[in-house]
Design a protein around this ligand. Structure first.
Ligand SMILES: [Zn+2]
Length: 55
């Protein structure tokens, strides 16, 4: 599952969330610090995928 980076303009903090591409397209998350969506913006190109390899 990809991890997306967001930035909250309210508290000027970056945070990352793990969600499906579908969820990411549909909704903007709440900032975990101030619990509002108002100042949250997507960081374009901030998505990356954690690959879990068992070796
Ligand atoms: Zn915030």
């Amino acid at each position: 599952m990809p991890v997306y980076e967001y930035h909250c303009k309210n508290c000027k903090k970056d945070f990352t969330l793990r969600m499906t591409v579908d969820e990411h397209d549909r909704q903007l998350p709440e900032c975990p610090s101030c619990e509002t969506k108002e100042g949250v913006e997507k960081r374009i190109g901030g998505a990356y995928v954690i690959t879990e390899r068992k070796s």
